[in-house]
Design a protein around this ligand. Structure first.
Ligand code: FES
Length: 179
């Protein structure tokens, strides 16, 4: 679909990017809007290196600026996402109500290597996809819904006061939908 090796997105994505740039022209925060539109249009909901380079070229912005905006905001993905996205909040309120245990349990449910992840010290800043790309497991610093801690989002649906059983059920249901 894309041609990262040559540093250029395919024709379809170039067209989408051109349209996003035209739609955001002269708007405040245009770059953010462009990145959002391009990511949303991507079937795997991510911004490839080729897409970022092309956005820089077409907007005239320095590539480093485009890249730093894409990496600064948690909503942007730089790797292909799974069909389902489970996002566990790792903010203080959620942490004190057990979000780390939820993260460990769901990572094991999804067959992700929790021991390797937790051993890296990076387990609180995750964005991992299962090998079959059916799920991506992510973390976020805070959803701004602390009164409902612990909070988990599944495919952008907010689940409040989550426990291991409800999260397990939710993940199983999403997995069954694929079959
Ligand atoms: S800390 Fe989890 S929603 Fe705020």
């Amino acid at each position: 679909m894309r041609n990262d090796a040559a540093g250029l997105p395919d024709a379809h994505e170039r067209l989408l990017i051109d349209q996003a740039i035209a739609a955001q022209r002269n708007r405040p925060g245009a770059l953010l809007g462009i990145l959002e539109m391009v990511q949303e249009a991507n079937p795997r909901k991510y911004l490839s290196a080729a897409a970022l380079a092309y956005i820089a070229e077409k907007t005239g912005l320095p590539p480093a600026q485009v890249y730093s905006v894409a990496t600064f905001y948690a909503l942007f993905n730089l790797t292909p996402q799974g069909e389902n996205v489970v996002c566990v909040c790792r903010g203080t309120a959620c942490h004190t109500r057990g979000s780390r245990d939820l993260l460990e349990k769901v990572s094991l449910d999804l067959g992700l290597d929790w021991d390797a992840m937790s051993g890296t010290g990076e387990a609180d800043k995750l964005a991992l996809a299962t090998p079959d790309r059916s799920f991506t497991l992510r973390t976020v610093a805070c959803f701004g819904q602390c009164a409902m801690a612990p909070v988990v989002e599944v495919n952008h649906r907010v689940l409040a006061h989550v426990n291991e059983r409800t999260l397990h059920r939710e993940v199983r249901a999403r997995a069954r939908e694929r079959k």
